[in-house]
Design a protein around this ligand. Structure first.
Ligand code: MG
Length: 203
Protein backbone atom coordinates (compact mmCIF):
# COMPACT_ATOMS: atom_id res chain seq x y z
CA UNK A 1 0.00 0.00 0.00
CA UNK A 2 1.01 3.59 -0.31
CA UNK A 3 0.26 6.79 1.53
CA UNK A 4 -0.43 9.79 -0.66
CA UNK A 5 -0.26 13.13 1.10
CA UNK A 6 -1.60 16.49 -0.01
CA UNK A 7 0.22 19.69 0.88
CA UNK A 8 -1.21 23.21 0.93
CA UNK A 9 -4.91 22.34 0.87
CA UNK A 10 -6.04 24.96 3.43
CA UNK A 11 -5.52 28.66 2.75
CA UNK A 12 -4.83 29.63 6.38
CA UNK A 13 -2.08 27.01 6.66
CA UNK A 14 -0.48 28.18 3.40
CA UNK A 15 -0.37 31.67 4.91
CA UNK A 16 1.08 30.58 8.26
CA UNK A 17 4.08 28.96 6.53
CA UNK A 18 4.46 31.83 4.07
CA UNK A 19 3.86 29.57 1.08
CA UNK A 20 2.26 30.44 -2.26
CA UNK A 21 -1.22 29.09 -3.02
CA UNK A 22 -0.61 26.31 -5.59
CA UNK A 23 -2.37 26.03 -8.95
CA UNK A 24 -2.76 22.27 -8.47
CA UNK A 25 -2.61 20.07 -5.37
CA UNK A 26 0.89 19.50 -3.96
CA UNK A 27 1.45 15.74 -3.63
CA UNK A 28 4.07 13.69 -1.84
CA UNK A 29 4.18 10.16 -0.46
CA UNK A 30 5.13 8.23 2.62
CA UNK A 31 6.21 4.56 2.50
CA UNK A 32 4.41 1.95 4.59
CA UNK A 33 7.31 2.04 7.08
CA UNK A 34 6.09 5.54 8.06
CA UNK A 35 3.00 4.07 9.69
CA UNK A 36 3.27 4.30 13.45
CA UNK A 37 2.33 1.32 15.59
CA UNK A 38 -0.69 2.49 17.52
CA UNK A 39 0.50 0.75 20.70
CA UNK A 40 3.72 2.77 20.83
CA UNK A 41 4.43 6.42 21.64
CA UNK A 42 5.61 8.76 18.91
CA UNK A 43 9.38 9.09 19.27
CA UNK A 44 10.87 12.42 18.17
CA UNK A 45 13.61 11.45 15.68
CA UNK A 46 17.16 12.35 16.62
CA UNK A 47 17.76 14.32 13.38
CA UNK A 48 15.22 17.05 14.15
CA UNK A 49 14.74 19.71 16.80
CA UNK A 50 11.42 20.95 15.45
CA UNK A 51 8.90 18.20 14.73
CA UNK A 52 5.44 19.61 14.01
CA UNK A 53 2.01 18.02 14.29
CA UNK A 54 -0.24 18.30 11.22
CA UNK A 55 -3.69 16.85 11.86
CA UNK A 56 -5.41 15.67 8.67
CA UNK A 57 -8.56 13.94 7.47
CA UNK A 58 -7.76 10.55 5.92
CA UNK A 59 -9.46 8.58 3.16
CA UNK A 60 -8.99 4.83 2.66
CA UNK A 61 -9.27 3.60 -0.93
CA UNK A 62 -11.38 0.46 -1.43
CA UNK A 63 -11.22 -0.09 -5.22
CA UNK A 64 -8.49 -0.01 -7.79
CA UNK A 65 -8.71 3.00 -10.07
CA UNK A 66 -6.90 5.24 -12.52
CA UNK A 67 -8.15 8.46 -14.16
CA UNK A 68 -11.09 8.62 -11.77
CA UNK A 69 -13.44 11.51 -12.44
CA UNK A 70 -14.41 13.56 -9.40
CA UNK A 71 -18.08 12.75 -9.92
CA UNK A 72 -17.32 9.02 -9.55
CA UNK A 73 -14.65 9.35 -6.85
CA UNK A 74 -17.09 8.67 -3.99
CA UNK A 75 -17.31 5.05 -5.20
CA UNK A 76 -13.64 4.51 -4.37
CA UNK A 77 -13.82 4.95 -0.58
CA UNK A 78 -16.17 4.21 2.26
CA UNK A 79 -13.99 4.87 5.29
CA UNK A 80 -12.78 8.19 6.61
CA UNK A 81 -10.27 8.71 9.38
CA UNK A 82 -8.08 11.23 11.11
CA UNK A 83 -4.34 11.17 11.54
CA UNK A 84 -1.16 13.17 11.88
CA UNK A 85 1.40 13.92 9.20
CA UNK A 86 4.40 14.44 11.51
CA UNK A 87 6.86 16.81 9.87
CA UNK A 88 10.46 17.61 10.77
CA UNK A 89 9.97 21.30 9.98
CA UNK A 90 13.64 22.24 10.34
CA UNK A 91 14.68 19.51 7.90
CA UNK A 92 11.83 20.43 5.53
CA UNK A 93 12.79 24.14 5.49
CA UNK A 94 16.36 23.20 4.63
CA UNK A 95 15.24 20.87 1.82
CA UNK A 96 12.74 23.41 0.48
CA UNK A 97 15.40 26.13 0.43
CA UNK A 98 17.60 23.88 -1.71
CA UNK A 99 14.73 22.75 -3.94
CA UNK A 100 15.14 19.15 -2.78
CA UNK A 101 12.44 16.49 -2.17
CA UNK A 102 10.78 16.44 1.27
CA UNK A 103 10.93 12.74 2.13
CA UNK A 104 13.53 13.00 4.90
CA UNK A 105 11.29 15.54 6.63
CA UNK A 106 7.95 13.87 5.97
CA UNK A 107 8.31 10.15 5.33
CA UNK A 108 10.53 8.96 8.18
CA UNK A 109 9.61 5.94 10.34
CA UNK A 110 6.61 6.62 12.53
CA UNK A 111 5.67 9.88 10.80
CA UNK A 112 2.17 8.71 9.79
CA UNK A 113 -0.35 8.43 12.61
CA UNK A 114 -3.52 6.69 11.48
CA UNK A 115 -6.45 6.79 13.87
CA UNK A 116 -9.73 4.95 14.00
CA UNK A 117 -11.74 4.54 10.79
CA UNK A 118 -15.34 5.72 10.50
CA UNK A 119 -17.93 4.61 7.98
CA UNK A 120 -18.46 7.52 5.66
CA UNK A 121 -22.22 6.91 5.84
CA UNK A 122 -22.09 7.64 9.58
CA UNK A 123 -20.41 11.02 9.15
CA UNK A 124 -22.92 12.99 7.10
CA UNK A 125 -21.72 15.56 4.57
CA UNK A 126 -18.00 14.96 3.93
CA UNK A 127 -17.75 18.55 2.75
CA UNK A 128 -18.41 19.84 6.25
CA UNK A 129 -16.65 17.56 8.74
CA UNK A 130 -15.25 19.28 11.78
CA UNK A 131 -12.00 18.02 13.24
CA UNK A 132 -9.50 19.08 15.84
CA UNK A 133 -6.24 18.24 17.54
CA UNK A 134 -5.73 18.72 21.26
CA UNK A 135 -2.28 18.90 22.81
CA UNK A 136 -2.37 18.31 26.58
CA UNK A 137 -6.11 19.10 26.46
CA UNK A 138 -5.59 22.45 24.73
CA UNK A 139 -7.06 22.82 21.22
CA UNK A 140 -4.16 23.50 18.86
CA UNK A 141 -5.75 22.81 15.47
CA UNK A 142 -9.43 23.12 14.67
CA UNK A 143 -10.99 23.22 11.23
CA UNK A 144 -13.62 21.94 8.86
CA UNK A 145 -13.31 20.15 5.54
CA UNK A 146 -15.37 22.95 3.98
CA UNK A 147 -12.14 25.00 4.12
CA UNK A 148 -10.27 22.64 1.78
CA UNK A 149 -9.10 24.21 -1.47
CA UNK A 150 -9.67 20.83 -3.18
CA UNK A 151 -12.37 18.45 -1.95
CA UNK A 152 -11.72 14.75 -1.36
CA UNK A 153 -13.29 13.89 -4.72
CA UNK A 154 -11.27 16.52 -6.57
CA UNK A 155 -8.10 15.23 -4.89
CA UNK A 156 -8.85 11.68 -6.02
CA UNK A 157 -9.36 12.90 -9.59
CA UNK A 158 -6.03 14.71 -9.52
CA UNK A 159 -4.02 12.01 -7.75
CA UNK A 160 -5.33 9.21 -10.00
CA UNK A 161 -4.13 11.02 -13.12
CA UNK A 162 -0.59 10.23 -11.96
CA UNK A 163 -0.86 7.21 -9.64
CA UNK A 164 -3.06 4.14 -9.82
CA UNK A 165 -5.02 3.93 -6.60
CA UNK A 166 -5.18 0.49 -5.03
CA UNK A 167 -7.20 -1.10 -2.25
CA UNK A 168 -5.81 -0.04 1.11
CA UNK A 169 -4.06 3.11 -0.09
CA UNK A 170 -4.53 6.04 2.26
CA UNK A 171 -4.80 9.71 1.34
CA UNK A 172 -3.78 12.39 3.85
CA UNK A 173 -5.85 15.36 2.67
CA UNK A 174 -3.74 18.22 4.06
CA UNK A 175 -3.51 20.11 7.32
CA UNK A 176 -5.32 23.27 8.37
CA UNK A 177 -3.61 26.10 10.26
CA UNK A 178 -2.28 25.74 13.79
CA UNK A 179 0.65 23.43 13.11
CA UNK A 180 3.31 23.58 15.78
CA UNK A 181 6.10 21.72 17.57
CA UNK A 182 5.65 18.74 19.84
CA UNK A 183 7.74 18.11 22.91
CA UNK A 184 8.44 15.10 25.07
CA UNK A 185 5.47 13.91 27.13
CA UNK A 186 2.87 15.80 25.09
CA UNK A 187 -0.43 13.95 24.78
CA UNK A 188 -2.05 14.44 21.37
CA UNK A 189 -5.71 13.61 20.82
CA UNK A 190 -7.62 13.90 17.57
CA UNK A 191 -11.36 14.30 17.15
CA UNK A 192 -13.46 13.89 14.02
CA UNK A 193 -17.00 15.26 14.36
CA UNK A 194 -16.45 15.26 18.17
CA UNK A 195 -15.54 11.55 18.19
CA UNK A 196 -12.12 10.55 19.41
CA UNK A 197 -10.03 9.14 16.57
CA UNK A 198 -6.62 8.76 18.26
CA UNK A 199 -4.63 9.47 21.38
CA UNK A 200 -0.88 9.23 21.65
CA UNK A 201 2.07 10.26 23.77
CA UNK A 202 5.22 11.94 22.43
CA UNK A 203 8.55 10.58 23.65
MG1 MG B 1 0.54 17.56 5.87
Amino acid sequence: MKIICVGRNYAAHIDELGNIRPEAPVIFMKPDTAIAQSSLPFFIPEFSNDVHHEVEVLVKINRIGKHIQAKFAHKYYDQIGLGIDFTARDVQQELKAKGLPWEKAKAFDGSAIIGKWFDKSSLGDLGSLSFSLHNNSEVVQQANTSLMLWSVDELIEHISRFFTLKIGDIIFTGTPSGVGPVTKNDRLEGYLNQEKAFSLIVK
